[in-house]
Design a protein around this ligand. Structure first.
Ligand code: PMT
Length: 401
């Protein structure tokens, strides 16, 4: 399926990125979609109705009434659309959308729409980073809307940072992907996803080990969600009490970091996406005592040697795989996460900080920030199942680029 025959409602608000909408309209029309454009009164300062209607082959509306006295029915346009795209979506329009401040045709149409809504924000970097914008984007997401994140680069102000509207091709791909993925339920069909989960245990003697508090919940939630989306899922888990009720997920249990490394590389060449949520022990005892160590002495020294860094090795051997790492931090969180993204040759990293209540180990909840080389996105505290959805949504958006 493609966008051919689909009814696309594009709402343009007043930002400089409005000039790029011409390319978006052209792409949809070329692929056989029907496009209806509406705009806020402010958008008319940036682009003309004439140029937009020439490309869309339909009249463009910015008010409830036309000069000849006809009513431009927001209800009809809203119910006509298979999808609505708000692009560029300014901070002002975004705020009106999520708070129901219905003072123009775009907002009235949006509030009458029953179709999926895609939002491509565009604003200056400080406005984009402002907590009110972040909250508004979170709210929009909680309404079920798809956010196409702003990109980094030079902004109209001359400043450099995140805030540029996503390129028309990225917006087009997101919408096409929606139609192709059959209500988004099988959006990872045909992809193989490998996930590492849980702790690793590094034996000291037959009864003791070095381990950590990872329960495996985060990784198991990711595996369930990727499987729901139609992916072939290989889950490689360290010792964990988590259970899987999904026969489609291929579960491999391992104990130590070395075993996890070996298992990952049995499959590595065949996977499309690798997600490393395991809390792998960084060090292991140099020697494993064959018998239980007796408590004869006051002090016991165990010499530790560095374990292999599984994810770093995946990054070094990357050919086509999209790699997602996790960073579990207690200080200098963002700096450390970005350092790991770079050092391990990752495409994306998920930061969780033990300083955030309800985040990290064991809890059923997590609070994450996602970084790519050019983007940053922050999420509220959510259940690990919902966090898994956010992570996979973000991965899918990246794969479309
Ligand atoms: O299992 P839960 O109780 O649900 O908790 C989830 C979690 C907190 C364990 C998870 O969200 C998480 O943060 N996992 C990564 C923990 C970690 O080891 O982070 P790190 O910053 O030390 O490692 C960075 C990345 O390198 C991670 O993707 C890790 O899997 C990987 N790594 C680290 C060391 C190593 N030797 N090999 C690795 O592959």
């Amino acid at each position: 399926m493609s966008v051919s025959g689909k009814k696309i409602l594009i709402a343009v608000s007043g930002g400089i990125a409005a000039y790029k909408i011409h390319f978006l309209i052209r792409d949809f029309v070329k692929k056989g979609a029907e496009v209806q454009v509406i705009m806020t009164p402010d958008a008319e300062n940036f682009v003309t109705k004439l140029s937009l209607s020439t490309l869309s082959r339909k009249p463009v509306y910015s008010d409830f009434y036309s000069d000849n006295g006809t009513w431009n029915s927001h209800v009809e346009m809203a119910l006509w659309a298979d999808v609505m795209i708000v692009a560029p979506c300014t901070a002002n329009t975004l705020s009106k959308m999520v708070h129901g401040m219905c003072d123009n045709l775009v907002i009235a149409t949006y509030m009458s729409a029953k179709c999926p809504v895609f939002i491509a924000p565009a604003m200056d970097l400080d406005m984009y980073a402002h907590p009110s914008t972040k909250n508004n984007l979170e709210l929009a997401e909680s309404f079920g809307h798809s956010i196409i994140p702003a990109e980094s680069g030079e902004l109209a102000s001359g400043l450099i940072g995140q805030g540029r509207m996503a390129e028309p091709a990225t917006i087009f791909n997101a919408v096409e992907h929606y139609f192709n993925s059959d209500i988004q339920s099988r959006s990872l069909e045909g992809k193989t996803v490998l996930i590492t989960a849980g702790p690793t245990y590094e034996a000291i003697d037959p009864v003791r080990f070095i381990g950590n508090h990872s329960s495996g919940k985060m990784g198991f939630s990711l595996a369930e969600e990727a499987s729901k989306r139609g992916a072939k899922v290989i889950l490689i888990s360290g010792p964990s009490v988590q259970t899987l009720n999904n026969p489609d997920v291929e579960l491999h249990k391992v104990t130590s970091a070395k075993e996890m490394l070996a298992k990952v590389f049995e499959f590595y060449d065949t996977i499309d996406i690798g997600i490393a949520s395991a809390a792998v022990a960084d060090y292991a005892p140099k020697e494993v005592a064959q018998e239980k160590i007796k408590k004869n002495d006051e002090n016991l020294t165990i010499e530790l040697v560095k374990n292999p860094d599984i994810l770093k090795t995946m990054g070094e051997r990357k050919t086509h795989q999209f790699l997602v790492g996790f960073a579990l931090e207690t200080q200098n969180e963002e700096e450390n996460a970005k350092g790991k993204l770079e050092k391990k040759n990752l495409d994306m990293i998920v930061l969780n900080s033990l300083r955030d209540e309800g985040a990290g180990f064991k809890n059923d909840t997590n609070k994450i920030k996602i970084f790519t080389k050019t983007e940053k996105k922050e999420f509220n505290l959510k259940s690990k199942d919902d966090v898994a959805k956010d992570i996979l949504n973000f991965v899918e958006t990246q794969l479309l680029k």
